[in-house]
Design a protein around this ligand. Structure first.
Ligand code: PLP
Length: 385
């Protein structure tokens, strides 16, 4: 079955034949008798027991996402951060070493610099693109390589297969946050990556109505993670959110196609605008990681970062002038979202440190939606003036 059809299809309802599957909004499941209860807890009967341990609505979503990311299994969590932290705490132990990319989602970076340290796990941050940049930092204790591609805010890329090949030789697990592209535009597992994580809050949901996270991997990684991380730590997705997410995902391809088409037009126009110093977008002719993009991405995505010549003041002014674009963090919504990291998400980081990570005073982050592109441009152009 082709990808678009996989996205749209829904599972048959075994009960009343409802076209859209029902939501199993229940905390617990009834056992017919003591023997059945015993068999379920012993793992001899596949039936459900308690929603923290598994729920039919959540399981249906997990099976769909596993298929879309070409993994053997998937776990749904209550947020992207619950998926990322649950996954890492599930595979790491005291004494392990992690190599993480320097450009990471803020809370992931904070987790790796604070929480994991408390458990005797060391982390080295490296600004890598290929295996060559990584190799000198690998030690006997290195257990995990963690990164995002494209990464925030300059949308620079990491070569998936290059990193995966080296990690396999050294028996290190690779974990990739694939939130920015969604499974429709990039599938890290097909390039040899072991584990893919998502903030389902973004493109997968697409409608800004939920917080959720996903981990996709082989069965030998997912099965123990379900029994240990989900059962004992408990940050599972609710059936209601799983159902909403399943419905949102049915239009992922259409939303992504349109948003990235809009982003291409806007990035090209922004590049020519007098008020703009620089534009970061993988679809531009001068994009620095074009060769990597062609190897692993089906499209440039719909995230644009651009730098205003007018710096901090111009950034604040732009935020206060847009009318169609919504001033909000997050991304991947059907509506265009815009934010100014220096005065918002990254305001607590000292200017010098912020700029090392590419967050200049005039940087604007732009999540392009599926409105009419001319309306978005008119709003932006007016605000830039
Ligand atoms: C939003 C985001 C997260 C965190 O996800 P939540 O659902 O907000 O917990 C992690 N990584 C990336 C790249 C994100 O954009």
């Amino acid at each position: 079955m082709k990808y678009a059809s996989k996205l749209v299809k829904v599972k048959k309802d075994p009960g009343y034949g409802s076209h859209i599957p029902p939501i199993y909004m229940t905390s617990t499941f009834v056992f017919e008798n003591a023997e059945v209860g015993a068999q379920r807890f012993a793992g001899e009967d596949p039936g459900f027991m308690y929603t923290r341990l598994g729920n039919p609505t959540v399981r249906e979503l997990e099976e769909k996402v596993a298929e879309l990311e070409f993994g053997e299994g998937c776990l749904a969590f209550s947020s992207g951060m619950a998926a990322i932290t649950g996954c890492l705490l599930g595979i790491l132990q005291a004494g392990d070493h992690v190599i993480a990319h320097t450009a990471l989602y803020g809370a992931t970076h904070a987790f790796l610099t604070t929480t994991v340290k408390k458990f005797g796990i060391d982390v080295t941050f490296v600004p890598f693109k290929t295996a060559e940049d990584l190799e000198p930092h690998i030690t006997e204790r290195t257990r995990v390589i963690y990164f995002e591609t494209p990464s925030n805010p300059t949308l620079s890329l990491v070569d998936l297969s290059s990193v995966a090949d080296l990690a396999k030789q050294k028996r290190i697990l690779t974990v990739v946050d694939n939130t920015f592209l969604s499974p429709y535009l990039q599938n890290p597992i097909l390039h040899g990556i072991d584990i893919v994580v998502h903030s389902a809050t973004k493109y997968l949901s697409g409608h800004g109505y939920l917080i959720g996270g996903l981990v996709v991997a082989r069965k030998d990684i997912i099965d123990p993670m379900r029994k240990e991380v989900q059962k004992n730590m408990g940050a599972v997705m609710s059936p209601m959110d799983a159902w909403l997410l399943s419905q949102g995902m049915r239009t992922l391809h259409i939303r992504m196609d349109r948003a990235q088409l809009n982003a291409q037009v806007l990035a090209e126009r922004l590049e020519k605008h007098d008020a703009v110093a620089q534009v970061f977008f993988p679809g531009l002719a001068g994009f620095e990681d074009k060769a990597i993009m062609e190897k692993q991405m089906k499209g440039p995505g719909a995230m644009i970062s651009f730098v205003l010549k007018g710096g901090y003041e111009a950034g604040v002014k732009l935020m206060n002038s847009v009318k169609l674009c919504t001033l909000a963090v997050s991304l991947g919504d059907v509506g265009t979202l815009i934010q100014h990291p220096a005065s918002m998400t990254h305001a607590i980081i000292p200017k010098e440190e912020r700029e090392k990570a590419g967050v200049w005073d005039g940087l604007v982050r732009f999540s392009v939606g599926i409105e009419d592109v001319e309306d978005i441009w008119q709003d932006l152009d007016m605000a830039l003036e």
